[in-house]
Design a protein around this ligand. Structure first.
Ligand SMILES: Cc1cc2nc3c(=O)[nH]c(=O)nc-3n(C[C@H](O)[C@H](O)[C@H](O)COP(=O)(O)OP(=O)(O)OC[C@H]3O[C@@H](n4cnc5c(N)ncnc54)[C@H](O)[C@@H]3O)c2cc1C
Length: 449
């Protein structure tokens, strides 16, 4: 590919203790935790709101939050606080409750007595703005990381593109919460990308339909027939879920591709919208329940389940997960199934259940750079392990750990995020209500009050 040389003087708009890139679920955790530890924090996002998956793809399920067997939480801290702020649980009640694994109807059928930790995009946006600003985080939306400069194994500046043009931010510590690992990759850190990354998906929202167990089965049957007749491309699920009443959304579109390739991502939007409308029209034609249904919205964007996995000081493996291997530097627990969406096939796939397991601080430390952490979907994990650890509650927990560690690094004038005192970090996380001992999740609780 031809290249051009381009050089330009860029204004330095901020020099925060901690720069959080991406205000998705991991980024909210990171920014709030760092600010509450007293660090000056700037958080940026390419979107006009925070929330990542919950607001940018639209979704409702805090997966990875509980151990399925008992319904007990494995992630605490800011996940509880976000559920409180959205009115899902009463303040302080989280640790004692038993929760459904998510809003998926098969799970609700199994455990109707458990509380569903369901969120809603607009409530999430508001709760995210408030928790960030109340913590004292400076927010810059509509600001996309465009490049990174490094000096002597450190991030020197992060170059951001926004309506001011190109601007530079010089942080003491940066945290990459972009999902795709943009900051770490552009800082030159090593990373891996699977040959066949999980497919992207655009969600779509339908109003005036009442979601029932039976309707989900009927929607699935319509798609099975349509696929067999060659009328639709490969699809997933479908997994419908509801925000409230007759407002439901479908996770069903499946577009193979890599979200770090702009052509693939564009195709996921264009083909995804075609597929979404095709499914909607099939249901409308074949199911009386869709008679008054209205195609309310798609997106805002097609979402990515897997792209760059940054290589850290330790890489989480599926064996670590299956055997619940304990780690001295555990900073968050996981418990979501190994949920690897296939690229080409359709319908439901195997999702082996797992015990509560440890996610190590070292999976947040990209190799080769001393003042950078990663949190969320781009942390260091094999492709199979990431199929479990990528989900929202774990991402927020990783963010909370990374933000706390970044503040400790900046305050302690440490020359590396690797120099953070581990017992100190873990006891700070416990004080913040995080859960680090899987035994907590093993005890069943009584029915919800
Ligand atoms: C279709 C789909 C359905 C899913 N369903 C569920 C589900 O039901 N439950 C569940 O728990 N998980 C689900 N997941 C997984 C979940 O979305 C993610 O793995 C999780 O959100 C990871 O959190 P994160 O903070 O790492 O990334 P995100 O939540 O994606 O946040 C990344 C943030 O970074 C911003 N960003 C990205 N690049 C840049 C840049 N260069 N500059 C500035 N900002 C940037 C984005 O705008 C975004 O706000 C689903 C994923 C997909 C794709």
């Amino acid at each position: 590919m031809p290249a051009i040389e381009y050089s330009k003087s860029v204004p330095v708009i901020a020099q925060p203790d901690v720069l959080v890139c991406g205000t998705g679920v991991a980024g909210i955790g990171a920014a709030v935790a760092a600010a509450r530890q007293g660090a000056s924090v700037l958080a940026i996002d390419r979107a006009g709101f925070a929330g990542g998956f919950f607001t940018n793809i639209i979704g409702s399920a805090f997966d990875g939050f509980v151990y399925e067997e008992t319904g007990r939480p494995v992630v605490g801290g800011l996940v509880f606080e976000m559920l409180e702020r959205m009115g899902v649980i009463a303040p302080g009640s989280g640790p004692g409750l038993s929760f459904n694994v998510n809003g998926d109807f098969t799970e609700v059928e199994k455990h109707p007595e458990r509380l569903i930790p369901r969120t809603d995009p607009e409530r999430f946006k508001l709760a995210a703005d408030r928790i960030l600003t109340e913590a004292g985080v400076r927010l810059l939306y509509h600001s996309q990381v465009a490049d990174v400069t490094t000096r002597s194994g450190r991030v020197d500046s992060v170059i951001v593109s926004n309506k001011s043009g190109l601007v530079a931010i010089k942080p003491k510590v940066a945290i990459d919460c972009t999902g795709d690992g943009d900051v770490a990759a552009w800082a030159g850190c090593p990373y891996e990308k699977a040959e066949g990354v999980q497919p992207m998906s655009i969600h779509f929202r339908v109003s005036n339909v009442e979601l029932t167990f039976d309707l989900r089965r009927k929607c699935s049957e319509v798609l099975t027939r349509a696929r067999a007749a060659g009328k639709i491309r490969p699809y997933g699920g479908p997994w419908p879920a509801t925000f409230s009443g007759t407002d439901i959304y479908f996770n069903a579109v499946r577009t193979p591709g890599d979200s770090t390739d702009p052509d693939d991502w564009t195709r996921a939007e264009v083909d995804g919208r075609e597929d979404a409308w095709r499914m909607f029209e099939l249901w409308k034609t074949e199911l009386p329940e869709f008679e008054k249904a209205h195609f309310f919205t798609s997106g805002p964007t097609a979402g990515s389940r897997e792209s760059r996995r940054i290589t850290g000081d330790y890489t989480l493996t599926a064996d670590d997960i299956r055997t619940a291997r304990r780690q001295d530097d555990v900073v968050v627990l996981g418990a979501w199934r190994i949920d690897r969406h296939p690229r080409e096939s359709s319908g439901y796939h195997d999702q082996p259940e797992v015990p509560p397991y440890d996610i190590a601080y070292r999976t947040l430390l990209p190799q080769g750079v001393e003042n950078l952490l990663v949190a969320g979907r781009c942390h260091s994990a094999t492709s199979e392990a990431l199929a479990s650890s990528r989900v929202t509650a774990n991402a927020m927990g990783m963010g909370q750990a990374a933000g706390t560690a970044a503040a400790m690094t900046a305050h302690g004038k440490l020359d590396s995020v690797r120099a953070v005192n581990m017992p100190g970090l873990q006891s700070s996380l416990l004080e913040q209500g995080c859960i680090l001992d899987p035994a907590n999740a093993m005890q069943p609780t009584g029915p919800r009050k």
